[in-house]
Design a protein around this ligand. Structure first.
Ligand code: SAM
Ligand code: DTB
Ligand code: SF4
Length: 323
């Protein structure tokens, strides 16, 4: 049998440069969407749009100072009720309900800087085992992780670990002071080594430039293999956080970000994440055309409201989406 070389135009590349990605990001929109859509269709069924459900298993009081985040203890003016770790049985019941509502993936978030061994982590491992046991993809985001902890999560059946780089290395220090970009990269390597898939993306709308957006995608796409899942969040400006008064992002900028991520990481799942509530159905459809193939469904994200379930059902029906 003749061995076929992979098509050079679409084989995943790890050597994108920031300049190349910035040029893609700034391509006239009609051409950009067309290019991204072609790449998307070469690698995915465009009507396969996954619904993921988000659940906060430990809310608020986080020692990190992330400028965007309502859960940081540094932003004392945010009105948020802190909650300690949830009971695993309750979390698995929520996962079961999400599955019945059409979600294929259940994502659990904890407002921690890092994982500490002990009863709380034992509870998380139990949640992961329970979610895997009902046949859903599972994802957790718990902050920094040590190798033995990643191995325990892998053994419990965890599908993916979410750990966002959020923005470019250059802009990072303007957003977060309590940890470094390298800390983030180190945890990503620990996750990979344990054989867990990576869910890693970022946020637009924090005051970064187009070059910062391109630089974030450059770092993501330099991972080998690419993160299997790339969440693209738009800042949800929460009163009491330092970013509460940031001007909203133009929907077409989000379309550009999705398209650039899709072109740079053709085989990854690109997730239209926080901020979707402020998008019209038309803007969301443009994101799907440009390569987004997953949404967070459900009436809340971690601490902020999400889209109405009926509106999502109507949108997904209109585009002919199937899981
Ligand atoms: N503490 C863990 C961590 O930071 O990795 C997990 C939870 S943290 C809430 C998960 C992600 O949510 C962050 O990395 C950030 O990208 C996103 N996020 C948090 N607040 C947000 C906001 N106001 N708008 C958009 N995205 C946000
Ligand atoms: C991701 O990139 N976005 C999700 C998930 N991963 C954990 C979190 C969005 C949080 C939005 C603000 C909130 O609801 O607290
Ligand atoms: Fe803590 Fe994560 Fe929020 Fe940062 S993003 S303050 S680490 S919960």
């Amino acid at each position: 049998m003749v061995q076929m070389e992979p098509c050079p135009a679409t084989a995943p590349r790890a050597d994108w440069t920031v300049d190349e990605l910035l040029a893609i990001y700034e391509t006239p929109l009609l051409d950009l969407i067309d290019q991204a859509s072609r790449v998307h269709r070469q690698h995915h069924d465009p009507r396969a749009i996954q619904r993921a459900s988000l659940f906060s298993i430990k809310t608020g009081g986080c020692p990190e100072d992330c400028g965007y985040c309502p859960q940081s203890a540094h932003h004392a003016e945010v009105k948020l009720t802190r909650d300690k770790i949830m009971d695993p049985a309750q979390v698995v019941a929520a996962a079961r309900a999400a599955k019945a509502g059409g979600a294929a993936r259940f994502c659990m978030g904890a407002a921690w800087r890092e994982v500490r061994d002990g009863t709380e982590f034992d509870a998380v491992v139990e949640m992961v085992r329970g979610v895997a046991g009902i046949g859903m993809e599972s994802c957790v985001t718990l902050g920094m992780l040590k190798p033995h902890q990643a191995e325990r999560l892998a053994e419990a059946g965890l599908t993916a670990y979410n750990h966002n780089l959020d923005t470019s290395p250059e802009f990072y220090g303007r957003v977060i002071g309590t940890r470094s970009y390298q800390d983030r990269l180190d945890t990503l390597a620990v996750v990979r080594k344990a054989g867990i898939k990576l869910c890693c993306g970022g946020i637009i709308g924090m005051g970064e430039t187009n070059r910062d957006r391109a630089a974030l995608i450059q770092v993501l796409a330099a991972q080998t293999p690419h993160p299997e899942s790339v969440p693209i969040n738009t800042l949800v400006p929460v009163p009491g956080t330092p970013m509460a008064l940031r001007p909203p992002v133009e929907a077409l900028e989000l379309v550009r970000m999705v398209a650039t991520a899709r072109i740079a990481m053709p085989a990854s799942q690109v997730r239209l994440s926080a901020g979707r509530r402020d998008l019209s159905p038309e803007a969301q459809v443009l994101c799907f055309i440009a390569g987004a193939n997953s949404i967070f469904a459900g009436d809340h994200l971690l601490t902020t409201p999400n889209c109405e379930e009926d509106a999502d059902t109507a949108l997904l029906r209109a585009v002919g989406a199937h899981p």
